[in-house]
Ligand binder design. Structure first.
Ligand code: FEO
Length: 393
Protein backbone atom coordinates (compact mmCIF):
# COMPACT_ATOMS: atom_id res chain seq x y z
CA UNK A 1 0.00 0.00 0.00
CA UNK A 2 1.46 3.27 -1.15
CA UNK A 3 0.72 6.96 -1.06
CA UNK A 4 -0.90 8.39 -4.20
CA UNK A 5 0.50 11.70 -5.41
CA UNK A 6 -2.48 13.90 -6.30
CA UNK A 7 -0.46 17.04 -7.06
CA UNK A 8 3.31 17.66 -6.84
CA UNK A 9 4.30 16.86 -3.24
CA UNK A 10 0.70 16.38 -2.13
CA UNK A 11 -0.24 12.78 -1.40
CA UNK A 12 -3.37 10.83 -0.53
CA UNK A 13 -2.49 8.61 2.44
CA UNK A 14 -5.94 7.44 3.52
CA UNK A 15 -7.51 4.12 4.40
CA UNK A 16 -10.00 2.05 2.39
CA UNK A 17 -12.85 0.49 4.37
CA UNK A 18 -13.84 -2.24 1.91
CA UNK A 19 -16.22 -4.04 4.29
CA UNK A 20 -18.11 -1.11 5.80
CA UNK A 21 -21.82 -1.73 5.23
CA UNK A 22 -23.46 0.30 8.01
CA UNK A 23 -22.25 3.74 9.09
CA UNK A 24 -24.43 4.24 12.18
CA UNK A 25 -27.58 3.47 10.24
CA UNK A 26 -26.46 4.77 6.85
CA UNK A 27 -26.22 1.67 4.67
CA UNK A 28 -23.01 1.75 2.63
CA UNK A 29 -23.09 -1.06 0.04
CA UNK A 30 -19.96 0.31 -1.64
CA UNK A 31 -17.94 0.69 1.59
CA UNK A 32 -16.03 3.92 2.18
CA UNK A 33 -12.66 5.57 2.41
CA UNK A 34 -11.24 7.92 5.02
CA UNK A 35 -8.99 10.32 3.19
CA UNK A 36 -5.89 11.72 4.84
CA UNK A 37 -3.50 13.94 2.89
CA UNK A 38 0.22 14.53 3.27
CA UNK A 39 1.92 17.73 2.07
CA UNK A 40 5.70 17.70 1.71
CA UNK A 41 6.98 21.19 2.38
CA UNK A 42 9.44 22.71 4.85
CA UNK A 43 6.94 21.68 7.51
CA UNK A 44 5.57 18.27 6.58
CA UNK A 45 1.83 18.42 7.10
CA UNK A 46 -0.78 15.71 7.54
CA UNK A 47 -4.38 16.73 6.93
CA UNK A 48 -6.84 14.56 8.88
CA UNK A 49 -6.41 10.90 9.74
CA UNK A 50 -8.49 7.71 9.39
CA UNK A 51 -10.69 5.47 11.52
CA UNK A 52 -8.63 3.90 14.30
CA UNK A 53 -8.62 0.42 12.77
CA UNK A 54 -7.06 1.72 9.54
CA UNK A 55 -4.15 3.48 11.27
CA UNK A 56 -1.61 0.90 10.08
CA UNK A 57 -2.75 1.36 6.50
CA UNK A 58 -2.37 5.15 6.77
CA UNK A 59 1.03 4.80 8.38
CA UNK A 60 2.20 2.39 5.68
CA UNK A 61 1.11 4.80 2.96
CA UNK A 62 2.87 7.71 4.71
CA UNK A 63 5.98 5.56 5.12
CA UNK A 64 6.11 4.97 1.37
CA UNK A 65 7.02 8.67 1.03
CA UNK A 66 8.62 9.79 4.31
CA UNK A 67 9.33 8.59 7.83
CA UNK A 68 6.09 9.43 9.73
CA UNK A 69 8.24 10.83 12.53
CA UNK A 70 9.16 13.69 10.20
CA UNK A 71 5.60 15.10 10.29
CA UNK A 72 5.62 18.61 11.82
CA UNK A 73 1.98 19.66 11.56
CA UNK A 74 -1.30 17.76 11.75
CA UNK A 75 -4.52 19.49 10.71
CA UNK A 76 -7.79 18.20 12.15
CA UNK A 77 -10.59 19.58 9.99
CA UNK A 78 -13.26 17.64 11.88
CA UNK A 79 -13.48 15.85 15.23
CA UNK A 80 -15.74 12.93 14.26
CA UNK A 81 -13.87 9.71 14.90
CA UNK A 82 -13.79 8.51 11.30
CA UNK A 83 -11.25 11.32 10.79
CA UNK A 84 -9.70 11.82 14.23
CA UNK A 85 -9.60 8.16 15.30
CA UNK A 86 -5.92 7.75 14.44
CA UNK A 87 -4.77 11.04 16.01
CA UNK A 88 -3.75 9.39 19.32
CA UNK A 89 -1.53 6.85 17.57
CA UNK A 90 0.11 9.22 15.09
CA UNK A 91 0.65 11.94 17.72
CA UNK A 92 2.16 9.32 19.97
CA UNK A 93 5.10 9.04 17.56
CA UNK A 94 5.28 12.81 16.85
CA UNK A 95 4.47 14.32 20.28
CA UNK A 96 6.00 17.71 19.36
CA UNK A 97 3.88 18.14 16.22
CA UNK A 98 1.49 21.08 16.10
CA UNK A 99 -2.16 20.06 15.97
CA UNK A 100 -4.16 22.66 14.03
CA UNK A 101 -7.89 22.76 14.63
CA UNK A 102 -10.81 25.11 15.27
CA UNK A 103 -11.85 26.14 18.79
CA UNK A 104 -14.80 23.71 18.59
CA UNK A 105 -12.31 21.17 17.29
CA UNK A 106 -9.99 21.62 20.27
CA UNK A 107 -12.92 21.25 22.69
CA UNK A 108 -14.18 18.16 20.92
CA UNK A 109 -10.77 16.50 20.62
CA UNK A 110 -10.08 17.06 24.33
CA UNK A 111 -13.46 15.49 25.19
CA UNK A 112 -12.80 12.53 22.92
CA UNK A 113 -9.19 11.76 23.79
CA UNK A 114 -8.37 13.66 27.00
CA UNK A 115 -4.91 14.52 25.66
CA UNK A 116 -2.91 17.70 26.14
CA UNK A 117 -1.67 17.89 22.57
CA UNK A 118 0.23 20.84 21.15
CA UNK A 119 -2.88 22.64 19.86
CA UNK A 120 -2.83 25.59 17.47
CA UNK A 121 -6.40 26.88 17.45
CA UNK A 122 -7.34 28.68 14.23
CA UNK A 123 -10.29 30.91 13.44
CA UNK A 124 -11.83 32.22 10.23
CA UNK A 125 -9.20 34.12 8.24
CA UNK A 126 -6.24 32.48 9.97
CA UNK A 127 -3.47 30.91 7.97
CA UNK A 128 -0.29 28.94 8.57
CA UNK A 129 2.91 29.04 6.56
CA UNK A 130 4.43 25.60 6.05
CA UNK A 131 7.21 26.73 3.71
CA UNK A 132 6.40 27.46 0.08
CA UNK A 133 2.76 27.03 0.94
CA UNK A 134 0.36 28.98 3.09
CA UNK A 135 -2.62 27.04 4.39
CA UNK A 136 -5.84 28.97 4.98
CA UNK A 137 -8.56 27.76 7.32
CA UNK A 138 -12.22 28.36 6.57
CA UNK A 139 -14.85 27.29 9.11
CA UNK A 140 -17.89 25.52 7.62
CA UNK A 141 -19.89 24.94 10.83
CA UNK A 142 -22.50 22.13 10.66
CA UNK A 143 -21.13 20.75 7.42
CA UNK A 144 -21.00 18.38 9.27
CA UNK A 145 -20.41 19.35 12.94
CA UNK A 146 -19.85 22.73 14.62
CA UNK A 147 -16.08 22.14 14.40
CA UNK A 148 -15.98 21.40 10.65
CA UNK A 149 -13.54 23.45 8.61
CA UNK A 150 -11.92 23.53 5.19
CA UNK A 151 -8.16 23.76 4.71
CA UNK A 152 -7.17 25.60 1.54
CA UNK A 153 -3.82 25.43 -0.19
CA UNK A 154 -3.74 28.30 -2.68
CA UNK A 155 -0.39 27.17 -4.10
CA UNK A 156 -1.83 23.73 -4.91
CA UNK A 157 -5.33 25.05 -5.77
CA UNK A 158 -6.77 22.38 -3.49
CA UNK A 159 -9.67 22.62 -1.06
CA UNK A 160 -9.48 19.96 1.63
CA UNK A 161 -13.16 19.97 2.51
CA UNK A 162 -13.43 17.01 4.90
CA UNK A 163 -17.04 15.69 4.93
CA UNK A 164 -18.34 18.24 2.41
CA UNK A 165 -18.50 16.78 -1.13
CA UNK A 166 -17.79 13.27 0.19
CA UNK A 167 -19.23 9.95 -0.98
CA UNK A 168 -19.10 6.54 0.66
CA UNK A 169 -17.22 4.51 -1.93
CA UNK A 170 -14.35 2.11 -1.28
CA UNK A 171 -12.09 2.30 -4.30
CA UNK A 172 -8.47 2.37 -5.38
CA UNK A 173 -9.40 4.92 -8.04
CA UNK A 174 -8.71 8.31 -6.50
CA UNK A 175 -10.23 10.78 -8.96
CA UNK A 176 -13.72 11.51 -10.24
CA UNK A 177 -12.69 10.98 -13.89
CA UNK A 178 -11.74 7.39 -13.08
CA UNK A 179 -15.23 6.32 -11.95
CA UNK A 180 -18.65 6.51 -13.57
CA UNK A 181 -20.32 9.92 -13.03
CA UNK A 182 -23.69 8.23 -12.51
CA UNK A 183 -22.33 6.27 -9.54
CA UNK A 184 -20.60 9.35 -8.13
CA UNK A 185 -23.76 11.41 -8.46
CA UNK A 186 -25.87 8.70 -6.80
CA UNK A 187 -23.43 8.27 -3.91
CA UNK A 188 -23.02 12.04 -3.50
CA UNK A 189 -26.81 12.43 -3.34
CA UNK A 190 -27.09 9.65 -0.78
CA UNK A 191 -24.30 11.22 1.27
CA UNK A 192 -25.90 14.67 1.11
CA UNK A 193 -29.36 13.32 2.00
CA UNK A 194 -28.14 11.33 5.00
CA UNK A 195 -25.41 13.64 6.36
CA UNK A 196 -25.96 17.22 5.26
CA UNK A 197 -29.68 17.59 4.49
CA UNK A 198 -30.67 19.43 7.72
CA UNK A 199 -27.99 22.07 7.15
CA UNK A 200 -28.96 23.63 3.78
CA UNK A 201 -28.52 27.18 5.09
CA UNK A 202 -25.05 26.40 6.39
CA UNK A 203 -24.12 24.71 3.10
CA UNK A 204 -25.20 27.86 1.26
CA UNK A 205 -22.97 29.95 3.53
CA UNK A 206 -20.06 27.54 3.01
CA UNK A 207 -20.49 27.64 -0.79
CA UNK A 208 -20.50 31.44 -0.68
CA UNK A 209 -17.37 31.45 1.50
CA UNK A 210 -15.52 29.18 -0.92
CA UNK A 211 -16.74 30.76 -4.16
CA UNK A 212 -14.02 33.43 -4.33
CA UNK A 213 -11.16 30.99 -3.90
CA UNK A 214 -9.04 29.85 -6.83
CA UNK A 215 -9.09 26.04 -6.84
CA UNK A 216 -9.21 23.23 -9.36
CA UNK A 217 -9.38 20.29 -6.94
CA UNK A 218 -11.69 19.37 -4.07
CA UNK A 219 -10.21 16.73 -1.81
CA UNK A 220 -12.90 15.48 0.58
CA UNK A 221 -12.44 13.02 3.42
CA UNK A 222 -14.58 10.26 1.88
CA UNK A 223 -14.47 8.74 -1.58
CA UNK A 224 -12.92 10.18 -4.71
CA UNK A 225 -11.21 13.53 -5.28
CA UNK A 226 -13.01 16.01 -7.54
CA UNK A 227 -10.99 17.51 -10.41
CA UNK A 228 -13.16 16.88 -13.49
CA UNK A 229 -16.75 17.28 -12.25
CA UNK A 230 -16.08 20.28 -9.99
CA UNK A 231 -18.80 22.44 -11.54
CA UNK A 232 -21.24 19.53 -11.52
CA UNK A 233 -20.82 18.66 -7.84
CA UNK A 234 -20.86 22.31 -6.73
CA UNK A 235 -24.00 22.87 -8.79
CA UNK A 236 -25.63 19.84 -7.14
CA UNK A 237 -24.73 21.19 -3.68
CA UNK A 238 -26.38 24.50 -4.63
CA UNK A 239 -29.47 22.63 -5.87
CA UNK A 240 -29.77 20.36 -2.81
CA UNK A 241 -29.00 23.09 -0.27
CA UNK A 242 -31.73 25.29 -1.76
CA UNK A 243 -34.16 22.39 -1.24
CA UNK A 244 -35.10 22.37 -4.91
CA UNK A 245 -37.39 19.45 -5.73
CA UNK A 246 -38.39 17.55 -8.87
CA UNK A 247 -41.93 16.52 -9.80
CA UNK A 248 -41.97 12.96 -8.49
CA UNK A 249 -43.43 11.23 -5.46
CA UNK A 250 -42.07 8.82 -2.85
CA UNK A 251 -44.55 6.55 -1.08
CA UNK A 252 -43.02 5.04 2.07
CA UNK A 253 -45.22 2.53 3.86
CA UNK A 254 -45.38 -0.73 5.75
CA UNK A 255 -48.27 -3.15 5.89
CA UNK A 256 -49.57 -6.05 8.03
CA UNK A 257 -52.24 -7.81 5.96
CA UNK A 258 -51.97 -5.83 2.76
CA UNK A 259 -54.61 -3.12 3.33
CA UNK A 260 -52.17 -0.23 3.69
CA UNK A 261 -50.26 -1.61 0.71
CA UNK A 262 -53.45 -1.54 -1.39
CA UNK A 263 -53.93 2.12 -0.49
CA UNK A 264 -50.29 2.86 -1.36
CA UNK A 265 -50.64 1.28 -4.80
CA UNK A 266 -54.04 2.90 -5.48
CA UNK A 267 -52.61 6.32 -4.57
CA UNK A 268 -49.56 5.57 -6.76
CA UNK A 269 -51.76 4.63 -9.73
CA UNK A 270 -53.52 7.98 -9.36
CA UNK A 271 -50.23 9.86 -9.31
CA UNK A 272 -49.14 8.00 -12.43
CA UNK A 273 -52.42 8.73 -14.14
CA UNK A 274 -52.02 12.38 -13.19
CA UNK A 275 -48.61 12.42 -14.89
CA UNK A 276 -46.31 12.14 -11.91
CA UNK A 277 -43.51 9.58 -11.51
CA UNK A 278 -43.59 7.49 -8.35
CA UNK A 279 -41.18 5.47 -6.20
CA UNK A 280 -42.93 3.02 -3.86
CA UNK A 281 -40.79 1.94 -0.89
CA UNK A 282 -41.81 -0.69 1.63
CA UNK A 283 -40.03 0.46 4.79
CA UNK A 284 -39.71 -3.14 5.98
CA UNK A 285 -37.56 -4.03 2.97
CA UNK A 286 -35.76 -0.77 2.20
CA UNK A 287 -33.03 0.83 4.35
CA UNK A 288 -34.01 4.20 5.80
CA UNK A 289 -30.94 5.77 4.21
CA UNK A 290 -32.09 4.67 0.73
CA UNK A 291 -35.59 6.07 1.21
CA UNK A 292 -34.14 9.39 2.40
CA UNK A 293 -32.05 9.50 -0.77
CA UNK A 294 -35.25 9.06 -2.79
CA UNK A 295 -36.86 11.81 -0.74
CA UNK A 296 -33.99 14.30 -1.24
CA UNK A 297 -35.57 15.79 -4.40
CA UNK A 298 -39.15 14.50 -4.12
CA UNK A 299 -41.95 17.03 -4.43
CA UNK A 300 -44.51 14.64 -2.90
CA UNK A 301 -43.99 12.39 0.13
CA UNK A 302 -46.68 9.94 1.25
CA UNK A 303 -46.41 7.95 4.47
CA UNK A 304 -48.59 4.96 5.32
CA UNK A 305 -48.98 2.59 8.25
CA UNK A 306 -51.60 0.31 9.73
CA UNK A 307 -52.40 0.68 13.42
CA UNK A 308 -50.77 -1.94 15.65
CA UNK A 309 -51.36 -1.89 19.41
CA UNK A 310 -52.75 1.65 19.24
CA UNK A 311 -49.76 3.07 17.39
CA UNK A 312 -48.04 2.89 14.02
CA UNK A 313 -45.82 -0.03 13.03
CA UNK A 314 -42.37 0.24 14.64
CA UNK A 315 -40.74 0.24 11.19
CA UNK A 316 -42.71 3.36 10.25
CA UNK A 317 -42.03 4.95 13.66
CA UNK A 318 -38.30 4.32 13.25
CA UNK A 319 -38.31 5.71 9.75
CA UNK A 320 -40.19 8.85 10.80
CA UNK A 321 -37.70 9.41 13.62
CA UNK A 322 -34.90 9.23 11.04
CA UNK A 323 -36.78 11.46 8.60
CA UNK A 324 -37.62 14.04 11.25
CA UNK A 325 -33.94 14.34 12.19
CA UNK A 326 -33.00 15.04 8.57
CA UNK A 327 -35.86 17.54 8.17
CA UNK A 328 -36.82 17.57 4.47
CA UNK A 329 -38.89 20.76 4.35
CA UNK A 330 -41.64 22.28 2.21
CA UNK A 331 -43.04 19.20 0.48
CA UNK A 332 -46.50 17.97 -0.44
CA UNK A 333 -47.54 15.32 2.09
CA UNK A 334 -50.18 12.63 2.18
CA UNK A 335 -50.86 10.21 5.05
CA UNK A 336 -52.79 6.96 4.89
CA UNK A 337 -53.35 3.80 6.86
CA UNK A 338 -55.69 1.03 7.92
CA UNK A 339 -56.89 -0.35 11.24
CA UNK A 340 -59.14 -2.87 12.95
CA UNK A 341 -60.12 -0.73 15.93
CA UNK A 342 -58.53 2.33 17.50
CA UNK A 343 -56.89 3.60 14.29
CA UNK A 344 -54.34 5.89 15.92
CA UNK A 345 -51.50 5.43 13.41
CA UNK A 346 -52.59 8.05 10.87
CA UNK A 347 -52.96 10.79 13.48
CA UNK A 348 -49.64 9.87 15.06
CA UNK A 349 -47.91 10.07 11.67
CA UNK A 350 -49.46 13.48 11.07
CA UNK A 351 -48.18 14.64 14.45
CA UNK A 352 -44.67 13.35 13.79
CA UNK A 353 -44.26 15.21 10.51
CA UNK A 354 -45.88 18.35 11.84
CA UNK A 355 -43.31 21.15 11.87
CA UNK A 356 -41.66 20.23 8.57
CA UNK A 357 -43.69 22.87 6.66
CA UNK A 358 -45.36 20.33 4.39
CA UNK A 359 -48.65 21.08 2.63
CA UNK A 360 -51.43 18.49 2.84
CA UNK A 361 -53.84 19.32 0.00
CA UNK A 362 -55.69 16.01 0.41
CA UNK A 363 -57.21 14.75 3.64
CA UNK A 364 -55.55 11.65 5.11
CA UNK A 365 -57.20 8.25 4.59
CA UNK A 366 -57.71 5.82 7.45
CA UNK A 367 -59.55 2.67 6.38
CA UNK A 368 -61.23 0.12 8.65
CA UNK A 369 -59.86 -3.38 7.98
CA UNK A 370 -59.79 -3.80 4.18
CA UNK A 371 -60.29 -0.96 1.65
CA UNK A 372 -63.31 -1.36 -0.61
CA UNK A 373 -63.21 -0.65 -4.34
CA UNK A 374 -64.71 2.74 -3.48
CA UNK A 375 -61.92 3.43 -0.98
CA UNK A 376 -59.29 2.50 -3.54
CA UNK A 377 -60.93 4.73 -6.13
CA UNK A 378 -60.82 7.56 -3.59
CA UNK A 379 -57.12 6.97 -2.90
CA UNK A 380 -56.48 6.92 -6.65
CA UNK A 381 -58.39 10.18 -7.15
CA UNK A 382 -56.34 11.83 -4.42
CA UNK A 383 -53.22 10.78 -6.32
CA UNK A 384 -54.59 12.19 -9.57
CA UNK A 385 -55.48 15.46 -7.86
CA UNK A 386 -52.09 15.88 -6.19
CA UNK A 387 -50.24 15.06 -9.40
CA UNK A 388 -52.31 17.41 -11.54
CA UNK A 389 -52.13 20.27 -9.06
CA UNK A 390 -48.51 19.78 -7.98
CA UNK A 391 -47.33 22.78 -9.99
CA UNK A 392 -49.69 25.00 -7.98
CA UNK A 393 -48.46 24.00 -4.54
FE1 FEO B 1 -16.91 11.72 7.99
FE2 FEO B 1 -18.69 13.86 10.17
O1 FEO B 1 -17.46 12.52 9.63
Amino acid sequence: MKAVEIKPNVYWVGGIDWNLRNFHGYITPRGSTYNAYLILDEKITLIDTVKHYLYDEMKTRISSVIDPQEIDVVVSNHVEMDHSGSLPKILDIIPDATLVTSSHGQRGLKKHYDENWNFNVVNAGDSLSIGKRKLDFIPIPMVHWPDSMVTYSKQDKILFTNDAFGQHIATTERFDDQLDWGILKEESAKYYANIVLPYGGQVQKALTGLSDLDFDTIAPSHGIIWRHHLKDIISLYHHWSKNETKPYAVIAYDTMWGSTKKLAYAFASGLEEGGMNVRIRNIQHTPFSNIITDILEAKVIAIGSPTLNNTMLPTVGGFLTYLKGLRPKDRIGFVFGSYGWGGQAVKLIENMIDGLSWDFPEESMNINFVPSEKDLEKAKNKGISIAKNSKNY
